[in-house]
Design a protein around this ligand. Structure first.
Ligand SMILES: [Zn+2]
Length: 255
């Protein structure tokens, strides 16, 4: 049995819902992917990735169907009844037990969702492009639960301390803002950097406010920086060629 460590969602979802993010410790990948890389598309040895996926399955100790995505920074969200081959999308929803909805990240923001009954869960891969395109809005719209019955948890992503972006990123959010309130949110989510035309973007603030504006009952998490915490997380911005962590959510039949 493997005993991998995970980051556990700190939220008030029912006990039959499990939401975790893997860390980089405990796997068999060699540098620059050391150690628990779970992505096949980043140049790592595929036997090592397969071994790491086995460790993940052992650690979660359950007979789960794992649904993985071919993530393309879109706003596409797919509902699944059972796990199958990779799907090209950036969000997953299920209302069936033991379907593990998974996204891979190394700086982008993973957002998990659960309803209060523990009968519907979702995960979204939210980098700036996904947030701008409406991935969170689409996830909420496609879930059958009322937003008031949905809670969200933001997993580890790159923090505002390190996420420097060009002015074009801020401008694209400004251009798609429909109300003064949304414009104000853009202003508060981008802090000026010392470099001209550069800003530090706060993914957590933007995502939290988007979710609350849609009526989601509670939003927790958003308290890590993948770039700062090198011992725990992969960071694409920090290391370039590197591995990916998995954010995984599923529910079991309520007992
Ligand atoms: Zn940082």
């Amino acid at each position: 049995m493997s005993n991998l460590e995970f980051i556990h969602a700190n939220w008030s979802a029912p006990k039959n819902v499990r939401a975790v993010m893997s860390l980089r410790k405990g796997g068999i990948s060699k540098p620059p992917y050391a150690n628990l890389n779970l992505a096949c598309h980043v140049g790592d040895n595929l036997f090592a990735v397969a071994g790491n996926l086995d460790l993940l399955r052992e650690a979660l100790m359950l007979d789960l169907g794992y649904q993985w995505l071919d993530q393309v920074h879109s706003a596409d969200v797919i509902e699944i009844e059972s796990a199958s081959a990779k799907i090209k999308a950036d969000g997953l929803i299920t209302r069936e037990p033991r379907n593990a909805c998974c996204v891979l990240t190394a700086d982008c923001l993973p957002v998990m969702f659960a309803n209060k009954e523990g009968t519907e869960v979702a995960v979204a891969h939210a980098g700036w492009r996904g947030l701008q395109a409406g991935i969170l809005k689409n996830t909420i719209a496609k879930m059958t639960s009322d937003p008031n019955d949905i809670m969200a948890w933001m997993g580890p992503a790159i923090g505002p301390c390190h996420y420097e972006v060009g002015i074009e990123v801020k401008e694209s959010f400004r251009a798609s803002a429909a109300t003064q309130e949304e414009l104000n949110l853009v202003e508060s989510s981008f802090a000026e950097s010392d470099l001209e035309g550069k800003f530090y973007m706060n993914l957590y603030l933007l995502a939290r406010r988007q979710l609350l504006a849609m009526g989601v009952s509670s939003v927790s998490g958003g308290d890590h920086c993948t770039h700062c915490e090198e011992d725990k997380f992969y960071s694409y911005r920090r290391d370039g060629k590197t591995g990916r962590m998995a954010s995984i959510i599923f529910f079991q039949e309520a007992f």
